[in-house]
Design a protein around this ligand. Sequence first.
Ligand code: FEO
Length: 572
Amino acid sequence: MVAIAENVQHRLTIQTVEIAPNTTAIRSLDWDRDRFDIEFGLQNGTTYNSYLIRGEQTVLIDTSHQKFRDLYLETLKGLVNPKTIDYIIVSHTEPDHSGLVEDVLQLAPRATVLASKVALQFLEGLVHDPFSKRVVKTGDRIDIGKGHEMEFVSAPNLHWPDTIFSFDRKTQILYTCDAFGMHFCDDRTFDEDLEAIEADFRFYYDCLMGPNARSLLNAMKRMGDLGKINIIANGHGPLLYHHLDVLTGCYENWSQRQAKAETTVGLFFVSDYGYGERLGHAIAEGILKTGVGVEVLDLSTAESQEIQELAGRAAGIIIGMPPSTAAAAQASISSVLAVAKNKQFVGLFECYGGDDEPIDTLRRKFIDSGIKEAFPAIRIREAPTASTFQLCEEAGKDLGQLLVRDRNIKQIKSLDVNMEKALGRISSGLYIVTTKKDNASSAMLASWVTQASLQPLGLTIAVAKDRAIDSLMQVGDRFVLNVLEEGNYQELKKHFLKRLHPGADRFAGVKTQTAKNGSPILTDALAYMECEIQSSMECSDHWILYCTVQEGRVSKNDGLTAVRHRKVGNYY
Ligand code: FEO
């Protein structure tokens, strides 16, 4: 059944599908959503998946986003008399899944909410009237009849602190909410078209799950104890069935890779569903792109030995300032300071400084202990925007690059000299890629650019994974490729190679015009092309982007493209 409500800007539809005996998926399809949590651009919309299981007792797993309120509640009423719902499982308390729990509770007064302890604490703040509740954790089971027995698995930090998975022993369906999801909106309920979904599946992992690779591996270990899993019924995108092994294998490989990173940064903050957590995630994303691992610990709940073990072992330490009222978190910061060593780098951030512990006091303590600052302390005084998250990601990249600098130089020196000289004979042009999305803009000097197709006109660009521009260069994004002119490029090249503080304006002091696609055109370039990224291919430490060209212009007909000759091929 499909119910549809359309308005001018956004198509919202609901799909209900029987996915197993007595089991219905209620998928809210948000076709045109183009952004998630400000920092996360979407190319293919998203879905919010909820599930109804009817044994002798009735269980609803998660709900939907508030924007689906009427559609979702009408659909639910069409499937079941809400008064007969016995349990509502809240996998975690973010509003895209639990935004309608209060509305459902009003229709289902006898329902008991099943959730983790932390989730129930959050939910008590969101739901105004008292409700029946029960904490569930790993190993707890509830028999709902007709052979359906629900077993719970604690899966904290995926990607919020209060997450649980639920497993139905009869149908062997594992309900994972955010984990194993993807922002991909499609009529197809399942994952039959792997090619269509793999880029979004990977992007989602990188943005949401990557910073918690260790938590993910722990959760996957617990999943292994459940026995065979037929379907992973996630909270976003198509459900995993046809390619379940391949896609869970990807999660395992990506997480193993990160957990085994030679160098690790400890990220410490208080999980409170606030902006601090999102800023921490953006910093973590930047670090991960440099090949450095990140381990996250909650200052208010982690054991002090756990905190000291990570703070002592990590090459870098990031601290999100907790509120001065959070006594346990303040004590945890003292634990970090006690083991910090002078070979480490530190980065601090705070948001809505009002009642946060003053950042300068802590900064001074680290510096007095001989610990170097990786980036200037980040202080956010207003609600974050896209450029705030860009700043945080750039700060994370700066820290990651500092930590791998020596190792990379050693690797460069250890390569075969003849081979690297031969590779260096591949010549290329010189270009500046410029892009702007919302209030975030970026640029990079590029030389690995080549034409790749005639119809349509297309080209490829290689972008290193640790480039600051990477988050604005996803499939579907648009940018301008500026061609530098032989004999007239030194100033632009120097400007765009300059290392800036995170968040600094890349275009200050440079003459630009605005392209039709919104990106800056460099007025002094020889030519420019407006491009759109069609696909990407992962090549070890780079992404190869295939882009089509929509517009272009040459400023000087007799100008020649600047050519770059290198001596060796193992660095730029
Ligand atoms: Fe999809 Fe964490 O909400």
